[in-house]
Design a protein around this ligand. Structure first.
Ligand code: FAD
Ligand code: NAP
Length: 339
């Protein structure tokens, strides 16, 4: 066995659902050299590879018969400064929220609405992470990835990433691109996004009259801490379903029966429905079956009360999907990556 590989490693500390499955092999990569070495050794031994970051968007339904490669690379830097515009870069294994805080400490604006999202910088482009009206595509300057098919490095510009709502080229072609580092274009001037959910109101409650990027970040952190379970205390992977985007006529049909449906018209004429509202209406909020459940405050979040297996959580998710389809004719798509 390769010196740096461990065998039969519990992945419980490596996924925020806290699911106790085993990796047949496990190793960590701190730099590009270790990434290449792990991939080469796995190829030589014909062992499949699963790359993970913070494990905050995974549902592990059984033991992983592969090499789990945990990205542990670190480093963040200012690359380029031109007037108010500043390009920064971070290595894939950098934890996301500390990176956001570092950018704010440099006096840089752009990432404040994406505060307190768990996970790593390298995974953020996978589903074009988004929150409170901002997605990384709005501040994305480029990334460097390793093509696992050819072993070549490739730089991706914004228009090459096919970013969409919780989606990207990298998510659609799983296992091909290993993201090594990501660049963001930030600004010394604030372009505040305050119109989403309770952000403006929270700032007012905190006595903030002229918001700074740091104040927005703090407001968003405080909202998130109130609404979302902390994975350190209660296993979860954040929103378990994407908000469905449906034709306007379908949304209208739902509104006839449910005048309070939470729906947001999209620029393309379709309508985004709040999946959490649909699940709550269907009576699932706070539901619990053994250790698998639906969070009592936020029905979009499935939780592991302790010993739930990935299969039990998956089964619960399928029951919710079937019920929502029966009641509303709406297909709910899972957000976490299933293995
Ligand atoms: P992992 O879960 O480790 O991996 C996710 C996927 O990316 C897997 O398919 C993995 O194989 C792949 N991957 C990981 N690293 C790499 C890499 N370097 N190169 C190639 N592939 C890679 N998401 C949002 O969009 N917005 C939110 O507001 C948000 N809030 C959350 C709140 C909570 C409490 C939790 C638990 C989750 C939340 N999420 C949110 C989901 C999650 O945090 C993000 O999707 C995050 O980007 C996942 O990062 P990770 O490092 O944990 O990825
Ligand atoms: P919320 O503020 O209660 O809003 C409920 C839903 O309505 C959200 O899902 C959001 O969609 C949508 N919404 C709210 N205001 C909107 C507006 N002005 N225009 C368009 N859509 C609007 O949501 P929440 O659950 O507390 O989450 C707050 C933010 O954090 C959201 O952006 C959410 O996506 C993000 N978040 C994501 C995860 C995850 O795992 N993916 C977990 C926690 C929080 P969108 O989700 O499309 O933004």
């Amino acid at each position: 066995m390769t010196a740096s590989w461990q065998e039969q490693v519990s992945l419980k500390p490596y996924n925020t659902f806290g699911i106790d499955v085993r990796a047949r092999y496990f190793t960590q990569a701190h730099d590009d050299g270790e990434v290449r070495q792990a991939l080469a050794e796995a190829a030589a031994r014909q062992v499949p590879v699963l790359v993970i970051g913070g494990g905050s968007n995974l549902l592990l339904t059984g033991d992983i018969d592969a090499l789990v490669l945990h990205m542990a690379s670190r480093g963040r830097r200012v690359m380029q400064e031109e007037g108010e515009r500043v390009v920064v870069e971070a290595e894939a294994g950098e934890p996301w929220h500390p990176f956001v805080q570092w950018s704010l400490e440099q006096g840089l604006c752009g990432l404040e609405n994406l505060s307190l999202i768990p996970g790593t910088v390298g995974a953020a482009p996978m589903q074009n992470v988004g929150a409170y009206g901002v997605e990384i595509k709005d501040v994305f300057a480029g990334l460097t990835a390793l093509d696992r098919q050819t072993g070549e490095l490739r730089d991706f510009a914004l228009e090459e990433c096919a970013f969409a709502y919780r989606d990207s080229l990298f998510k659609r072609d799983p296992g091909r691109w290993l993201i090594l580092r990501v660049r963001f274009v930030l600004s010394r001037a604030l372009n505040a996004h305050l119109d989403y959910g309770p952000v403006r109101q929270r700032l007012a409650e905190q006595g903030v009259e002229v918001p700074t990027a740091k104040a927005i970040s703090e407001a968003i952190c405080s909202i998130r801490r109130e609404k979302l379970p902390d994975p350190a205390e209660l296993g979860n992977a954040g929103s378990f379903f994407k908000n469905p985007v449906v034709p306007a006529a379908s949304a209208e049909r739902i509104r006839e029966h449910y005048p309070n449906v939470v729906a947001y018209p999209q620029p393309d004429g379709q309508v985004k429905l709040a999946a959490g509202w649909l699940i709550e209406q269907a009576g699932w909020k706070g539901y619990r079956d053994g250790d698998a459940g639906v969070h009592r405050l936020q029905s979009l979040v499935l939780v592991n009360y302790g010993q739930a297996t990935g299969a039990q959580l998956h089964d619960l998710a399928r029951r919710i999907q079937a019920d929502i389809f029966k009641r509303f004719g709406v297909v709910l798509e899972m957000e976490p990556n299933l293995y």
